[in-house]
Design a protein around this ligand. Structure first.
Ligand code: SAH
Ligand code: SF4
Length: 364
């Protein structure tokens, strides 16, 4: 793939890649461990403070790599502690990153993988923008680093991100190589050391890339299904015209799964559209029972869309019906989860209009 910038980001390098780079350029490869520790353990991004890194290597890095982390240009806090960030990259392009608090002091970061998205789902605000560009691996890792730094400054040392989901702007498997590299950097035990079980990638169903998931670290997979009939799915997601439900389910069956892991199917619930009795029947017939978990996402309304969110009683009915047919099911009801669903779909102005965010607004 063509490089995005002339100088790649330092954070696009996995530890083995960085060791190779050092070796090729006459530096001692073990210094890579020290550098990884400065950046990913101590969160020190200022090269001048890397005391045990040789001067010549610092010069080399300055000349050949970019060490900046994305800038947080706006952030807003919701009542339940969910915080939305607008982050800007070297070329001033921006994406949204959302931090969602969870139980036991856990925090999940929902990152973007592209600026915009080429898939063009009809219900999705990002889909209406088209694709501007892929993010390089370091820009994905950079979202994690920028928010970590923000939390350290604003919430104290104890406040740490523990989970990551690829559910922001963009189709992560369309940017396969960079998302894979970013995942490897995030999982590196000598660096951030995030557990594989705490990373989830959501895809709209790019079959050729799903077939290559054997090359990916074994994280969790979520599939945006949204319909169990081809006609409806094609209307919602043009990708279904290229890879229909048969091909999608066939490819999913071949994803290698570790013990006690399962695939999550995301199902957007749209009022009087895909929330009918026949949709439940089709879903029950389509999904392999024991190993499937369905996550129902009530549609997040926004002004330009004619789709509506079903009533609470309709959502509960849909869930109960699926469960009584043996399918494990959750509903994204909480506010933070709402924003997660909307991650990348809503502009900040729109958020305010929709009342997702209150009062507190900071610029940093
Ligand atoms: N491109 C990937 C990941 C990003 S979208 C994908 O499509 O899976 C993350 C999730 O938000 C997807 O399941 C997507 O279908 C859902 N989503 C998009 N727009 C939404 C909206 N307006 N309301 C609720 N969920 C939405
Ligand atoms: Fe892209 Fe996902 Fe939005 Fe579809 S739902 S347009 S794949 S970001």
């Amino acid at each position: 793939m063509k490089p995005i910038f002339e100088k790649p980001s330092l954070y696009s390098y996995t530890l083995p890649m960085f060791k190779d780079l050092l070796k090729e350029n006459g530096f001692k490869p073990f210094v890579a461990d020290q550098l990884y520790s400065w950046v990913y353990v101590k969160f020190e991004f200022d090269m001048e403070k890397w005391t045990n890194i040789p001067k010549a290597l610092k010069e080399f890095i300055k000349e050949n790599l970019d060490t900046s982390i994305p800038k947080i240009v706006w952030n807003g806090l919701s009542k339940d502690g969910t915080r939305k960030f607008l982050v800007a990259f070297r070329d001033d392009k921006t994406v949204e990153t959302v931090m969602i608090p969870a139980k036991n002091n856990r925090k999940t970061l929902c990152v973007s993988s592209q600026v915009g998205c080429a898939i063009g789902c009809t219900f999705c605000h990002t889909g209406t923008m088209g694709l501007t560009r892929h993010l390089e691996a370091g820009e994905i890792v950079g979202q994690f680093l920028a928010v970590t730094k923000f939390l350290k400054i604003n919430d104290g040392e104890e406040s740490r991100l523990s989970n990551l989901v690829y559910m922001g702007q963009g189709e992560p498997l369309h940017n396969f190589e960079n998302v894979k590299l970013a995942t490897e950097v995030l999982l590196e035990p000598k660096g951030l050391g995030i557990s594989q079980r705490r990373v989830t990638l959501s895809t709209s169903g790019l079959v050729p890339q799903i077939e290559k998931l054997t090359e990916f670290p074994p994280i969790n997979w979520a599939i945006s299904l949204h319909a169990a009939h081809n006609e409806i799915r094609s209307e919602l997601m043009p990708i279904n015209k290229a890879y229909d439900l048969d091909r999608l389910l066939g490819a999913i069956k071949k994803i290698p799964l570790k013990a006690h892991r399962h695939i999550t199917y995301e199902y957007l619930l749209i009022d009087k559209y895909n929330d009918r009795k026949e949709d439940i029947e089709a879903l029950v017939n389509l999904l392999p029972k024991r190993v499937s978990k369905v996550n129902l996402i009530p549609f997040n309304e926004y002004p330009e869309s004619s789709f509506k969110r079903p009533s609470v009683s309709r959502i509960t009915w849909f869930k109960d019906q699926l469960e009584s047919n043996g399918i494990t099911c959750t509903v994204r009801t909480q506010k933070g989860d709402d924003i997660l669903a909307a991650c990348g779909q809503l502009k900040s102005e729109m958020d305010k209009k929709l009342n997702l965010w209150d009062g507190e607004e900071e610029n940093s």
